[in-house]
Design a protein around this ligand. Structure first.
Ligand SMILES: NC(=O)c1ccc[n+]([C@@H]2O[C@H](COP(=O)([O-])OP(=O)(O)OC[C@H]3O[C@@H](n4cnc5c(N)ncnc54)[C@H](O)[C@@H]3O)[C@@H](O)[C@H]2O)c1
Length: 310
């Protein structure tokens, strides 16, 4: 939790609170058994940690996704999970648009070139890889809070929007100005841009593999601001190297699994391969983070904790 939220939490005289910044497993095993409640922003809470937390009554996820917590174990132990629904959909949707525009207009690439003094190289660059958003087709996979915010922004840029979400009906999607796609394959073949806004679970792990990417246009891009495991990243590297797709914008990657703090040395060679690809932009799992979203998120989560303990 950021300062604003921490100060808010401290202002509640009924709570004693402590900030745990060392998110190593060893430290979590040592520290977390002391608490009745945990607000969890970064870090993973697994079965072994939970087995030591006999006092724990509630975990409040400082966000929307909760794949960083062993929910099966929470259920078994009768520990309540609170999440901050309705808090972070504006910021991720704006971040997805930013990533699309960055790739389409080569912003990061040109910025680097100008900083390096490569003006001439930059203006003589082949611009066949710079595109307009106008009339492009976006496929939104996962039409929840983020998907519903994103569609408005896409339509504002005169783009066409297809939606793949088996749990949302065509009338609802049409009421937002989108077209429901019943098979993912159909959407992938038509899309210029695929944006993923679905949860990571057993059903969606490896939702996009090389097989799916081979169906896409060679000029297409993928934006993943959901969770790393939703795309098979070995396959993504292959698809990008083999020019099966044009580019990718990643706010999340599998190895950070809910926080870039978790990138370990031994898997850095994989990360290096990803980051050396010119047609990829990567941000450190901050799609949901803005000044505004952090204040809102903190308030929501603290209100929920207060209500829980009342
Ligand atoms: N990068 C970030 O900072 C950040 C911030 C917020 C959320 N997220 C991630 O984005 C995800 C989506 O967020 P949200 O607030 O829109 O969630 P949400 O729960 O409102 O919406 C998720 C949607 O995905 C759909 N879905 C589930 N399984 C699907 C499948 N197999 N195929 C297609 N659609 C499927 C659901 O029907 C639902 O409409 C979260 O689960 C979280 O992991 C990331």
């Amino acid at each position: 939790m950021k300062d604003k939220g921490i100060n808010l939490l401290k202002s509640y005289k009924d709570f004693d609170c402590e900030i745990v910044t060392d998110l190593s497993r060893e430290n979590l095993l040592l520290k977390l058994p002391e608490f009745d409640g945990i607000t969890l922003r970064r870090g993973k809470i697994d079965r072994e940690i939970l087995s030591k937390c006999d006092k724990l009554k509630v975990i409040a996820r400082h966000g929307v996704g909760y794949d960083s917590v062993d929910t099966k174990c929470l259920k078994e132990k009768g520990i309540t999970l609170l999440v901050a629904h309705n808090s972070t959909s504006t910021s991720p949707a704006e971040h997805i648009m930013f990533m699309i525009m960055n790739i389409y207009k080569g912003v990061s690439m040109f910025d680097t070139m100008v900083r390096n003094g490569d003006f001439v190289k930059a203006i003589h660059l082949n611009i066949e890889q710079n595109f307009e958003l106008f009339d492009k087709t976006v496929l939104i996979a996962g039409f929840g809070r983020i998907g519903k915010k994103l569609i408005k922004k896409c339509l504002g840029f005169d783009m066409k929007v297809l939606v793949f979400d088996p749990y949302v009906d065509d009338v609802t999607i049409a009421s937002f100005g989108g077209v429901k796609i019943t098979t993912l394959e159909e959407g992938l073949k038509k899309a210029d841009i695929l944006s993923l806004s679905l949860p990571l679970n057993n059903e969606t792990k490896n939702f996009i593999t090389l097989k799916e990417m081979k169906l896409m246009k060679k000029s297409s891009i993928i934006i993943n601001a959901a969770r790393g495991g939703v795309i098979n990243e070995d396959d993504l590297i292959d698809a990008l190297n083999d020019k099966k797709i044009l580019g990718a914008g990643l706010d999340v990657i599998d190895i950070e699994s809910s926080s870039f703090n978790n990138i370990k040395k031994e898997i850095n060679s994989y990360f290096n391969e990803l980051k050396n690809l010119k047609n990829v932009i990567i941000t450190p799992h901050i799609a949901g983070w803005t000044f505004e979203s952090n204040v809102k998120l903190s308030q929501i989560i603290i209100d929920k904790i207060e209500t829980y303990f009342k």
